[in-house]
Write a protein that binds this ligand. Sequence first.
Ligand code: SF4
Length: 586
Amino acid sequence: MKVEDMNNVLYIDLTKKGIRTESRRDLFDKYLGGSGVGIKLLEEECPPGIDPLGASNPIILAVGPLTALYPSASKTVAMFKSPLTGNLGESHCGGRSAMAIKLAGYGAIVITGSSDLPLYLAIEGDEVKFRDASSVWNMDAVTVGRVLREVEPGAGVRTIIRTGTAGPKMVRYACAVSETYRHFGRLGLGAVMGSKKLKALVITADKSVEIAKQKRKEYKRAYDVIQNIVVKTDAMEKYHDLGTPGKIYNLNKLGGMACKNLESARAPEEIAREFSGEQIAERYLSRRISCAHCPVGCVHLAALRELYEPGYYFKTVTVPYDNETIYSLGFMLGMQKAEDYLLLNDRVDFVGMDAISTGVILAWATEAYAKGLITKQHTDGLEFNWGDVQVYLEAINKIVEMPNEFYQNLAKGVEHASSVYGGQDYALAFGGNEMPEYHTGLACYMNNLTGARHSHLDSAGYDLDQKLMGKDFTIEGVVSALLKEEQWRQIPSSLVVCFFARKVFTPEIVIQALDAIGLEGWTTEKLEDLGREIHRAKMNFKFREGYDLAKLRIPKRIFEVPTPHGYLKEADLRKAIDIYGEMIGV
Ligand code: SF4
């Protein structure tokens, strides 16, 4: 397969059980791939105002020009209308997903319509099979992966993207799981799959990419430059050593870690030590794994021994852990022991729900329960208390099973649940998406409120807050820096490279890497222009679907607890939103 043949889009219609492949050079030449091509396909395929859980919502999976050709270009971008926020759904996942899509011969896959019976898709290069998924429909994310591994060919060069039990129940923050330990975590891709009666995609690669003869030396040079930065400098060392949990202890020390539904932003010293990357690694780290074609190995797996029957009957479960899940299922829920956090993380992965959303929702429920807004009648007999792992484990099951209206409401997210039961002042969602880890200052909340995905990865406001410690800054300066960062980030997410490697892929290296595979003519200026254009397209989609800066709800809680910069003022945050609106011209 030549580089220029990687612009094919596979269109799959689940209603008619039909497929077609189309070359979309028009899109890939202009928008690279990933987020850039994804948002354009979303514009084409997603009619305005549709029900995100209706048949008209498309699922778009897009990879990029660097996928399977350069180290750490290992991610797939999923785009859809989010059932959680009602606007842009964008989620990134590694594992083998990107490699398999690309080497099956596609730059993107567009899935439309909805099946009448549960099915999974087996995509083997040019062939697509619609397979009956009735027998695996209600399986958890781990077991269904095991079953599909057995029945489908292609071990080692395939990806298995599936939902757990939460997807088929359309929990609005259900995720899709790839290769057991990687996730399209945020914004409800699993729920959209569930609404289409699509349990899984098994995509098997059957091709390889050929670099033009006259480009091979150049390609090797560009490859070596990237590989050497990734493995021989300290650029990505921290991700390999302790992984993202390496920053937990210091963030807490700084006073930027949201604890117990942001009752405070600093946990006691013994808790910070218990949940530090160092402690968890010493006690539980069993191995590190990598996404396909990434030498970093940042995915840290804990081995947890569980008693499954009285006597000496143990099983060992392997749980992936990172800073965000330690925050949401550890600190936010007042856990005292790392082992309890790992049990919760394991359960959330098993049912296939976004761990950040789940933790924030349960934290809100715990506070609402303590304040009497909800009672045992609502909770189906559960007593929510900080740190009570057994109750939270049961609550996770009940969110999926939905035995009553209360759990049906929890399954719609904290924005919705708090609109029914009250407690909006401490319902920690921004733009409808549950809050990520950081309580570091103005920049992190601007990121959460105005970022296209309401994800901390949109513009890394948490990072800017920390860089601004002890420095003078203006609100205009913060907004401008965040916007610039988010616009540039559209380039790595269109290429598609892992955000952990974003500092490796400087404009110069990106241009060199593209040039070496025959995609010539890119300049820093052209890339920056494109970043702005893609960002604008995403925001246009959001505005089209009802996102309104003037109507953003801001939970009062974030003004009641000091950040490392002191108390954040609502007036400053509102002013920052106004400035942002002026900067993007709305
Ligand atoms: S740095 Fe980690 S998450 Fe990123 S591609 Fe490599 S292994 Fe995957």
